[in-house]
Design a protein around this ligand. Structure first.
Ligand code: UD1
Ligand code: CA
Length: 474
């Protein structure tokens, strides 16, 4: 149920300088979802009447991601005046003028914060009739964070940013998580008073806390249960740490749901992936995107599946696959590369050093060794000999190859598309198939083998080969 007295502002206008990236910070990913996607998912759970996201740097790509993850969000543009305080000011101006109630402010770069923590913060804020309630955390390393400054009685006075703090203040281990609940009235009253007399010359939202306190309003800080919940991502070290943390939770969740994970530290499972009971994941496996894996499938080691669908009891080893469908009891790898549009039927096989793309491979059909199968349809029960290659591209367009059911192709066949091979046909070794082969026919295209006796001894005299040839004649 929507809370008509609640609005949430997601700050995402910053440049993310410390990431040193051409990609906006909030679009860097954790478990296959951009930071901003995690934050918006949490915002959605709060059921606030208004969700506003403030953007500026890389505005269009960030806004597109916002709408992808929360279509009902309102995107607000920050102007050239910098600072988290200014960001909130422009967002507040975009709220309906008659809005009364509470405003939650979160950062687009704090992805692990959960909805329960926010809900509790809103409840604490309302219980205390506070003007501002801040989520703080006790951390081991407070470097870079704003610190919560309290008086001797423990009451919060203000927040000081790390770069503006003196040595005493830098010793404070209670940090500002950048997550707040404000009553909109007092917030509206103080925002215009924000100055920019700080090291960065920015209008800091953190200064609102001190202004409210000085005006006699109630300001409180509530510490988060776990510091990692509020860890902000400012650089790639923090990104990797948060990714590992989230992954550990995801892996644990699947283990408890019946998935065997041999090595949690090297197994990565994206948030949108789904796994059934009795799936087995070997070390070095990444289940990426919206991949689904049915029960009994065994995946890995060293395998990445991106947006794939894996059937029951399939076995996939040392494989890289994207947008592929792998049937029940099918076998893939080791060392296979499945590109988009690969569909392997039940009990089928894509073996070692095989690349497939747009390849519909029927039930029980096998492509066991050293092959490229692109733009191809292969019927059930067919076996592709080692080294089969579809020549699907003539430098201008892609052409299809159709191979029927229960066909046996030879080793080292080329299929020059477009070409069709009928059911039950047989192709000789080394054949270049340029013409359609009727059902049940044998196709052979190789020239007669010519023998030139004594060639090595005449042309390679003095070599080990010539000696071996001579020895063989004695
Ligand atoms: C901020 C807090 C700090 C807190 C920390 C927690 C301020 C001044 N400091 O510092 O007390 O400990 O978060 O993670 O608020 N943003 C805008 N517009 C701007 C500037 C920033 O929308 O003009 C957004 C950023 O995109 C980001 C968020 O606000 O999502 C926080 O900005 P950032 O620069 O990361 O602040 P911190 O230095 O981490
Ligand atoms: Ca930050």
């Amino acid at each position: 149920m929507t809370d008509s007295r609640l609005a949430i502002i997601v700050l995402a206008a910053g440049q993310g300088t410390r990431m040193k990236s051409s990609r906006p910070k909030v679009l860097h990913e954790l478990a296959g979802i951009p930071l901003i996607g995690h934050v918006l998912a949490t915002a959605r759970e709060l059921a606030a009447a208004h969700v506003l996201t403030v953007v500026r740097h890389d505005r269009d790509v960030v806004a597109a991601a916002v709408f992808e993850y929360l279509p009902e969000a309102i995107v607000v543009d920050q102007d050239e005046i910098p600072g988290t305080g200014r960001a909130v000011e422009v967002a507040i101006a975009a709220l309906p003028a008659g809005f009364e109630g509470d405003v939650v402010v979160v950062s687009g770069d704090v992805p692990l914060l959960d909805a329960d923590t926010l809900t509790n913060l809103v409840e604490a804020h309302r219980r205390a009739s506070a003007a501002a309630t801040l989520l703080s955390a006790i951390v081991d390393d407070a470097t870079g964070y704003g610190r919560v400054v309290r008086d001797a009685s423990g009451a919060m006075l203000r927040i000081v940013e790390h770069r503006d703090a003196n040595d005493d203040e830098r010793g404070i281990v209670e940090i500002n998580s950048g997550t707040y609940v404000f009553s909109v009235g007092p917030l509206r009253a103080q925002l215009p008073r924000l100055g920019s007399g700080n090291d960065q010359g920015e209008r800091y939202l953190t200064d609102v806390v001190g202004l409210l306190h000085d005006a006699g309003d109630v300001v409180e800080a509530v510490a988060a249960a776990d510091a990692w919940l509020v860890e902000g991502i400012n650089d790639r070290v923090q990104l990797a740490r948060a990714a590992a943390r989230l992954n550990a939770m995801i892996v644990r969740g699947w283990q408890l749901a019946g998935v065997t994970v041999h090595d949690p530290a090297t197994t990565w499972i994206d948030l949108r992936a789904t796994l059934a009971e009795d799936v087995e994941l070997l070390p070095g496996t990444h289940i990426a995107g919206s991949t689904t894996v049915a029960s009994g499938a065994r995946i890995g080691p060293d395998t990445t599946l991106r947006d794939c669908e894996v059937g029951r009891d399939a076995v996939i080893s040392r494989t890289d696959a994207t947008l592929a469908v792998i049937g029940a009891k099918a076998s893939v790898g080791p060392f296979a590369y499945l590109r988009p549009g690969t569909e392997l039927g039940d009990g089928g096989k894509i073996g070692t050093y095989v690349e497939t793309k747009n390849a519909k491979i029927g039930a029980g059909a096998k492509v066991p060794h050293l092959s490229y199968m692109g733009d191809v349809t292969i019927g059930e029960g067919t076996n592709i000999g080692a080294g089969g290659i579809t020549a699907n591209y003539d430098d201008v367009a892609k052409h299809p190859t159709t191979i029927g059911a229960h066909v046996h192709t030879g080793v080292h066949n080329s299929f020059v598309a477009p070409v069709t091979i009928g059911d039950g046909a047989k192709i000789g070794a080394g054949t270049v198939v340029r013409k359609n082969v009727p059902a049940g026919a044998l196709a052979v295209s190789v020239a007669q083998q010519r023998i030139t006796e004594g060639w090595t001894e005449r042309n390679r005299a003095g070599t080990h080969s010539a000696q071996a040839a001579s020895d063989a004649q004695e």
